[in-house]
Write a protein that binds this ligand. Structure first.
Ligand SMILES: C[S@@+](CC[C@H](N)C(=O)[O-])C[C@H]1O[C@@H](n2cnc3c(N)ncnc32)[C@H](O)[C@@H]1O
Length: 283
């Protein structure tokens, strides 16, 4: 498995720990199997764990809202060990594509087999490099239909891409997205590259081949340039954190490092704005 793909295990470990709590925000059997098979050397640090858990639940709610609003095509970009195909209650007819590097799926499909879990929708895996030129063709060859609205998710990916690569990815999503499509993604602000503690940690990531490459201080404007109307939240927001504590560390005098949790939509038709996920009335 590619070194970058090992980061998917870190998120799975946090999801496994969450799944065992009596007040769990979700239960992820795949993550529990990942932790059994590949035990973490030490527990996921509290701040990262809180972030991964809040983020998971945030994007669970986004995808559920979009599926309830009638989007029947879901694409998880850099899906990693994401188990949403197996654990969310999808409406009949939902097709879910998972795109990630080939080595990731070699591991994931084996864990899925051992865990004995079954997808609750039509699940299609697409081993491909999202920084390459061919992933859109591979997605189309796997059955993706660019004529119907899609709910995309890029969770835990964008900071690993250089700005140019993210720009190309967003342009590709624009070309593949029918009117009314939705996008969920997370990102970081540029303070993470200058603050003392995060720089130290990023240097370790860099040495292990998992360096972070980009950030944005203006996620709404950045996405608007690609045609998306975005709503930007943060993990500590009262209506996002579900009572869990998430406090980014920074020294006095430093800018606050920020994690953006973003949902966005493309217009339905010129001038018409479909509701953002949190605006969709509950069924
Ligand atoms: C932090 S994990 C997040 C996984 C998953 N989205 C989640 O939240 O559990 C990052 C994922 O990005 C994938 N990834 C990184 N670069 C990629 C690329 N160029 N093409 C496809 N996947 C990539 C890795 O393989 C890994 O699974």
């Amino acid at each position: 498995m590619e070194r970058i793909s090992e980061t998917a295990r870190w998120v799975a470990w946090a999801r496994a720990e969450e799944s065992l709590r009596p007040d769990a925000l979700f239960v992820d059997e795949l993550a529990v199997e990942v932790r059994r098979r590949y035990p973490a050397d030490r527990p996921v640090p509290g701040r990262a764990r809180a972030l991964f858990v809040i983020r998971t639940r945030f994007f669970d709610d986004y995808l559920t809202a979009m599926a309830e609003a009638g989007l029947a095509q879901i694409v998880l970009l850099a899906a990693g060990l994401d188990a949403r195909a197996f654990r969310l209650a999808w409406p009949d007819g939902t097709r879910l594509f998972e795109v990630d590097l080939p080595g990731l799926f070699e591991e994931k499909e084996e864990v899925v087999r051992v865990a004995g879990i079954r997808p609750r929708c039509s699940r299609v895996i697409v081993p491909a490099d999202l920084t390459g030129a061919s992933w859109t063709r591979e997605l189309a060859a796997a059955g993706f239909d660019c004529g119907v609205p899609t709910a995309w998710l890029a969770e835990g990916l964008l900071f690993y891409l250089a700005e140019r690569q993210s720009g190309r990815l967003l342009s590709a999503l624009g070309r593949l997205s029918a009117p009314g499509s939705a996008l969920g993604l997370d990102h970081v602000n540029t303070a993470v590259f200058v603050n003392a503690r995060s720089r130290q940690w990023l240097a370790t990531m860099e040495r292990s081949g998992r360096g972070w490459r980009s950030a944005t201080d203006e996620p709404q404007r950045w996405l608007a340039r690609h045609g998306w109307r975005a709503d930007v939240r943060e993990p500590a927001d009262a209506d996002v954190c579900h009572g869990r504590e998430f406090a980014p560390a920074f020294l006095p005098g430093e800018s606050r490092p920020r994690r953006w949790l973003i949902t966005a939509r493309l217009p339905d038709a010129p001038g018409e704005q479909p509701p953002l996920p949190h605006e969709v009335p509950k069924a």
